[in-house]
Design a protein around this ligand. Structure first.
Ligand code: TLP
Length: 340
């Protein structure tokens, strides 16, 4: 059987999750009448200490809605160059919200408060208006890197001082909390809005939740509609999300251990040039040129292991709940069999 380290988005629902989905009570969520969606939204809002939440089809949509609601056209969003909103959302910040983007370069996707402050523009007619800071926790391209609560507090303070909003792309926020400690409430208190994905480390088939104040979410509902994200009997999907929050958070350290085991094995491989030490469930490494990611991945696939290209010579592996300890051992022996 394929050992699929392509992404933590590839998981299939467990039997327990499928049972919860089958048993879901549903209604029309565009009318606000799906009790399971309402329960998921209330659960997420409460968990992160905010007033309201909105269930959406994807993390791309929750991020894009957040950009739209926090800003006006001609504003600028400040983020790391590695951010998902910059790298992988098809330039949506420009198309959906008419924004400019101010990119900060870091070694691992973790911004400092000083860098954020230095990126804020003075108010002149000819400059975009700095309006929003987005931090990604964990940072995907940074190798699943994690913000400390202290670092987030300092960024929050800069935002407050300059009147900027702070959005956390917490696609993998529970991985961050599992690795560094802290509660959802503590991290929630530091952001104006958070996007939390249920379909990544938590193993739900579909869905992300946008969390914020009541007025922010009321506007977000309108933007979700114009983006075509108003779903009807979405409670079947929300039930999977509730199940994931109840059953799949505590097991995340297992994925982190598996990532460490992969990294330890990779560190010994003669064809690895550089390894980003994994803090959570993502392992990124550079291959020694001229070995290309594509050539490497093809050989790896022949050994029954799939991973993702993350650059011409860069590969990403992600651990998740469909990869057991035994599969990790098999993946490691497959890696040891590769010769270039
Ligand atoms: N990331 C995907 C790819 O798009 C790269 C993956 O396989 O990791 N924020 C972060 C930090 C993400 O990593 C992702 C997905 C998203 C947002 C978007 O979520 P979806 O895929 O639900 O739109």
């Amino acid at each position: 059987m394929l050992i699929d380290l392509l992404s933590d988005t590839v998981t299939r629902p467990t039997e327990g999750m499928l049972r919860a989905m089958m048993a879901a009570e549903v209604g029309d969520d565009v009318f606000g009448e799906d009790p399971t969606v309402n329960a998921l939204e209330a659960k997420c809002a409460e968990m992160f200490g905010h007033e309201a939440a909105l269930f959406c089809p994807s993390g791309t949509m929750t991020n894009q809605i957040a950009l739209r609601v926090h800003t006006r056209p001609l504003d600028e969003v400040i983020c790391d160059e590695m951010s998902h909103i910059y790298q992988y959302e098809v330039g949506g910040y420009a198309v959906n919200s008419g924004l400019a983007i101010h990119l900060i370069r870091t070694p691992n996707g973790i911004l400092s408060a000083e860098q954020v402050e230095a990126a804020i523009r003075p108010r002149y007619d000819w400059l975009p208006r700095s309006a929003l800071v987005v931090v990604e926790n964990t940072c995907n391209r940074g190798g699943g890197s994690v913000y400390s609560l202290q670092a987030l507090r300092q960024i929050r303070a800069v935002c407050q001082r300059h009147g900027l909003a702070l959005h956390i792309d917490g696609a993998r926020i529970f991985n961050a909390l599992a690795a560094r400690g802290g509660t959802p409430q503590e991290v929630g208190a530091l952001a104006d809005s958070l996007s939390v994905c249920l379909s990544k480390g938590l193993g739900a088939p579909v869905g992300s939740v946008l969390i914020g104040s009541r007025s922010f979410i009321a506007e977000a509902r309108r933007v979700r509609k114009v983006m075509g994200g108003g779903m009807r009997q979405a409670g079947y999907l929300a039930a999977a999300g509730i199940y994931a929050l109840d059953h799949h958070i505590e097991r995340l350290p297992e994925d982190h251990l598996h990532a460490q085991q992969l990294a330890q094995a990779l560190a010994e491989m003669p064809w690895v040039e550089r390894l980003y030490p994994p803090e959570t469930n993502i392992v990124i490494f550079d291959l020694k040129p001229p070995l290309s990611a594509m050539a490497f991945l093809e050989k790896l696939l022949q050994q029954g292991v799939r991973a993702a290209p993350f650059g011409p010579h860069t590969v990403r592996m992600v651990t998740h709940l469909d990869v057991s300890g035994e599969m990790i051992q098999r993946a490691i022996s497959a890696l040891r069999h590769l010769a270039f």
